[in-house]
Every structure is written in structure tokens, then in C-alpha cells.
Design a protein around this ligand. Structure first.
Ligand code: FAD
Length: 307
């Protein structure tokens, strides 16, 4: 198996005490149709800052929203995964993109709109933003990225890093195989669907698998989730999982990793996991959801970023 060497990355060139200023150049909706989940593609011009050419796909940037919190203290930074490839959006090293979902909730009968996500989603080209980072040093493509196959699992804005990674791999001379499994509640929640469908048509070595939990049903009546793809799409995924130079990446809603780990183990692909204690020999059907967090960790060929 090819050795997995993660690249050295720049970290926290800019801190919350000493942020930089970047400029919005575009801000558009990146779900296909009208969706109650408002997700926007926001691109920044980082020209003249030390972020230019120094942020790798898989890393995040921090955004400092203006104003103070309820205690009168300046708002804390929020992290946003970069969704443009390492070479920059459209190959331009001064452009960095993010994929931002508006946080909108009803709490105790009152509407709560998340501070930073709505600030970002409302920005117009030309607006200036205070930024920090980059951050993150493990959720990266290896230096020798073309030596591997990839299975990417995403929910929600967890799709952001995979957009950049897929662009980076497919739009170079990559010969390996990539499968992207994206889970959403409704079809209208699919993020960048046109791009991924177009890439699937263009490249034989890329498969886009969208799993819709609240609209479609599996033959036994149960719901589709990202983890059910491991069984439902075995014709596509088994040949990829079973190769020793395959890496698994998981990004999105905290908790999604548990189902994926269990399904991988049930399918006999425990080599992607680090099992501890009794869990080494236990039947995955008997895994306890709470205990599992302590006993099942990503192995050397598995990378996760959940939030
Ligand atoms: C590594 C990493 C990568 C990330 N990448 C992305 C990404 O690519 N895209 C993306 O959209 N997000 C991403 N996030 C999440 C992002 O950082 C923010 O957490 C998210 O946008 C919500 O921030 P906000 O300021 O809008 O919401 P906040 O205002 O911080 O609110 C967040 C939640 O806190 C609760 N809350 C806060 N204050 C109150 C209050 N006064 N009353 C009641 N409830 C309250 C609510 O439940 C609310 O939903 C990432 C996070 C991490 C850690």
C-alpha cells in the first residue's frame, strides 16, 4: 500500500487578536431549487494577505462576525471549511470559497438566526470580512493524493471540502476511483448537485451517490442514509473499499460517523477503523451507541471532520 503522507500545512497565520481582511467576490445559492435549507457559495478575494496560496483543501478559515454577544463581548470566530481546491477557486490562488448554511431555528417559540452564518449569507460582492486561519492539519488529502482511491461521505455543508478535493483530483491527471456519498433529507437539499452530476458524466472514475432520507424508501421500507449506501450500493463501493489503497473521508453533522463505522464493520471493512477493548471481536449489531464513541475510532485510512 502507498504510504499516507499528510502535507505540512500553515496554521493560524491570522489569529482572532490579529485577523486579516478579505473581500467577498461572489455569494450565490448552491442548492438546486428552493430549499428550506439556505446554503450559499461564498467566495473571497484574499489578495495581499498571507492566506493567498497557503490554504489547503481540507482546512478551514475562521470568520469573525461584527458586533457583540449577549454578554457584551465581541462575537467569537466561527470556522468554515474551504470548498475551493488548493490552487484556488477557478485555479486562481487569490480566491477562496466557502459553503455556508444559514442557521435558522425556532427555539422556545422564537426565531433564532445564527450570528455568523446569516452575516456571511447576507454579504454582497465588495463587502470586507475579518478572517483568521487557516486551521486543521489532519482532514487533508495526502501529499501523494493520486496514489489513492477515495470514498467520501458527506451530510449538509460537510460537502464543502469534498467539492474542492474532487475538483483537485479529477481536474488533474488522476487515475484512481472516487465515490461521493451525500445524504440529505430532501432532494432540494442537495448541494452543488449539477456540478457533481456533470463530473459523473465526464469522468468514468467518479460516482455520485445521493441518498434522500425523507422521500425515498429502501426495498424493506426503511430510510436511506449515508451509511445505508455501504450496503445498498455494494456493487459500486465494495470494489473500492476492498482495495488497500482506498481512503475514507467523513464530513458533516456530528454523529453521522457512528452509522458509517457500524456499517463498514458489518460489511467486513473494519480495516478502516481502530477498534478497542471488547469491540475488537464484538458483533457490530451489538455495538452500543454511547460506548461506541469510546471504542470505535477512525483508523489510519479514515479521516473525519464532524461538527
Ligand atoms: C471544523 C468546522 C468546519 C465547519 N464548516 C462549516 C461549513 O463549511 N459551512 C457551515 O455552514 N458551517 C460550518 N461549520 C459550522 C460553523 O462554524 C458555525 O457553527 C455555524 O455556521 C453556525 O454559526 P452561527 O454563528 O450562524 O450560529 P450561532 O449563532 O453560533 O448559533 C449556533 C447554535 O447555537 C445555539 N444558540 C446560540 N446562541 C443562542 C441563543 N442566544 N439562544 C438560543 N440558542 C442559541 C442555537 O442552537 C444555534 O443553532 C463548521 C464548524 C467546524 C467546527
Amino acid at each position: 500500500m502507498a504510504e499516507i503522507t499528510l502535507p505540512e500545512v500553515e496554521l493560524n497565520i491570522y489569529s482572532p487578536k490579529d485577523p486579516t481582511e478579505i473581500t467577498v467576490v461572489e455569494n450565490y445559492v448552491c442548492t438546486k431549487e428552493s430549499s428550506p435549507n439556505f446554503v450559499r457559495h461564498v467566495t473571497f478575494d484574499v489578495s495581499g494577505t498571507d492566506l493567498e496560496g497557503r490554504v489547503r483543501i481540507g482546512q478551514s478559515i475562521g470568520i469573525l462576525p461584527p458586533g457583540n454577544d449577549e454578554r457584551g463581548k465581541p462575537h467569537k470566530l466561527r470556522l468554515y471549511s474551504v470548498s475551493s481546491p488548493t490552487v484556488g477557486e477557478g485555479g486562481e490562488s487569490h480566491l477562496i470559497s466557502t459553503t455556508v448554511k444559514r442557521t435558522i431555528e425556532e427555539l422556545d417559540g422564537k426565531l433564532y438566526t445564527g450570528v455568523c452564518s446569516n452575516y456571511l449569507a447576507d454579504l454582497k460582492p465588495g463587502d470586507k470580512v475579518k478572517a483568521t486561519g487557516p486551521s486543521g492539519k489532519r482532514f487533508l488529502l495526502p501529499e501523494n493524493e493520486k496514489d489513492f482511491n477515495y470514498v467520501f461521505f458527506a451530510t449538509g455543508t460537510g460537502i464543502a471540502p469534498f467539492r474542492g478535493m474532487i475538483m483537485e483530483l479529477l481536474e488533474s491527471d488522476y487515475k484512481g476511483k472516487i465515490a461521493l456519498v451525500f445524504g440529505a433529507a430532501y432532494r432540494t437539499d442537495l448541494i452543488y448537485p449539477d456540478y457533481f452530476m456533470e463530473m459523473e458524466k465526464k469522468y468514468d472514475n467518479f460516482r455520485y451517490i445521493a441518498k434522500i432520507s425523507r422521500e425515498d424508501r429502501r426495498p424493506d421500507g426503511s430510510k436511506y442514509y449515508v451509511q445505508t449506501a455501504i450496503e445498498d450500493e455494494e456493487e459500486i463501493l465494495d470494489p473500492i473499499f476492498s482495495q488497500e489503497n482506498t481512503l475514507v473521508y467523513i464530513c458533516g453533522i456530528k454523529g453521522m460517523e457512528a452509522g458509517i463505522y457500524k456499517s463498514l464493520a458489518k460489511k467486513g471493512f473494519s480495516e478502516y477503523l481502530l477498534l478497542k477493548g471488547d469491540y475488537v471481536d464484538m458483533d457490530p449489531d451489538e455495538w452500543d451507541w454511547e460506548e461506541m464513541r469510546r471504542n470505535v475510532k477512525p483508523g489510519a485510512r479514515c479521516f473525519e471532520e464532524v461538527y
